[in-house]
Design a binder for this molecule. Structure first.
Ligand code: ATP
Ligand code: MG
Length: 336
């Protein structure tokens, strides 16, 4: 039986769909946490382009979004010297392993996924593409192929990492200790940045009917400031973290806390005697400062030759481990 061999280093992996421009939610919920930890693990980050075709897209737009995602990773501090950066569709094993993992799932499990329930309710079940239903199996493959130990994700993806663990356990129970069981890393603050106009909903990269509720990392300072200043701000008139009664203000407090590193309690006491306008202005300053730094680096890295070189190096390095793990799974199944 082909089993895992012990590893020298723990493995961290995450990915973003190139389904639109990267948002402040993607940055604070996943990319920043990954960048902060990248030196501590054997680190992999990928552009999840196969996940982007769960809905039909213009090919040219998808290509542009892949390049933008790649340059944004670099601009957000992902360091190719410490992290393998690759494009999912470059590694054929994602498809094979996704197919294998699909058979470790049950209809009931996939139907219970909150994201499927939410998105299919919005679109009417029969009109929903099967990609939306089955993609957690591909996500499990993405994670398991690299013997991943830790997956930094936002709260919305935690359930899919839990499902990955279930699939992994099921596979190992049937076929031996072949796959490595991962854990999600969900940051205590900033794991679910909310839409600024509708703080009952997550800030999304796609599916945002009102763009004023979503801050994109590519937003200019004027528009980003306007988005923060016009964010829904609840009725209490107090800068107090209370997600149930003040979701809008709590969201802005989380954003400020993640960007500046100040604790929620410190932010509350700093703005205790001040109104929403002063508080929002401080949030806008911190967001604009972050975006300015990211955009400055983005311009530096947004060079097709630089991006292609990094991707081709990433492909070679990712391929090695993905091939090995997939072979192990195939041997265990009797396919090789
Ligand atoms: P889409 O609308 O295309 O699904 P998305 O904004 O949900 O876009 P994904 O590519 O699905 O982005 O997710 C990339 C990572 O960002 C995941 O780890 C996800 O959990 C995290 N993430 C997404 N939205 C938020 C958010 N609003 N707050 C915190 N983390 C988020
Ligand atoms: Mg998403």
């Amino acid at each position: 039986m082909a089993k895992q061999t012990p590893k020298k280093h723990k493995v961290m992996l995450t990915g973003v769909r190139p389904s639109g421009s990267i948002t402040l939610g993607n940055y604070l919920g996943a990319i920043k946490n990954f960048a902060d930890k990248q030196g501590l693990f054997k680190s992999y980050i990928f552009i999840a382009d196969l996940h982007a075709i769960t809905e039909p897209r213009q090919p040219a737009e998808l290509k542009a979004a892949v390049n933008q995602c790649m340059a944004m990773y670099l601009a957000c501090g992902i360091d190719p010297g410490k992290t393998v950066i690759f494009r999912q569709s470059d590694i054929a094993e994602h498809g094979i392993m996704g197919f294998i993992m699909a058979f470790q799932t049950r209809l009931g499990e996939l139907s219970r996924m909150t994201q499927f329930k939410l998105k299919s309710a919005a679109g009417g079940k029969s009109g929903v593409g099967t990609g939306l239903f089955i993609y957690p199996a591909l996500m499990a493959a993405d994670i398991l192929l690299y013997d991943t130990d830790i997956v930094p994700v936002g709260a919305d993806q935690q359930q899919h990492v839990e499902l990955t663990r279930d699939m992994c356990q099921r596979f190992n129970k049937r076929y031996g200790a072949v796959l490595n069981e991962p854990d999600a890393f969900v940051a205590p603050v900033g794991n679910r940045i909310l839409n600024l106009r509708n703080p009952l909903e997550k800030m999304n990269k796609s599916d945002c009917s009102d763009n004023m509720g979503t801050i994109f990392l590519s937003d200019g300072a004027d528009i980003a400031r306007k988005k923060v200043m016009t964010a829904v701000s609840d009725g209490l008139g107090l800068v107090k973290f209370d997600q149930e009664n003040q979701p809008g203000i709590s969201n802005l407090i989380s954003i400020l806390s993640c960007i500046t590193g100040q604790s929620i309690a410190d932010i509350e006491s700093r703005f205790e005697a001040q109104g929403y306008a002063a508080f929002k202005s401080a949030v806008a300053d911190s967001v604009c400062c972050l975006l300015r730094d990211i955009q400055e680096r983005y311009r530096k890295f947004n060079d097709p030759k630089v991006l292609e070189d990094i991707l081709s190096d990433g492909r070679a390095r990712a391929e090695k481990i993905a091939e090995k793990t997939c072979q192990r799974a195939k041997t265990a199944l009797g396919l090789a």
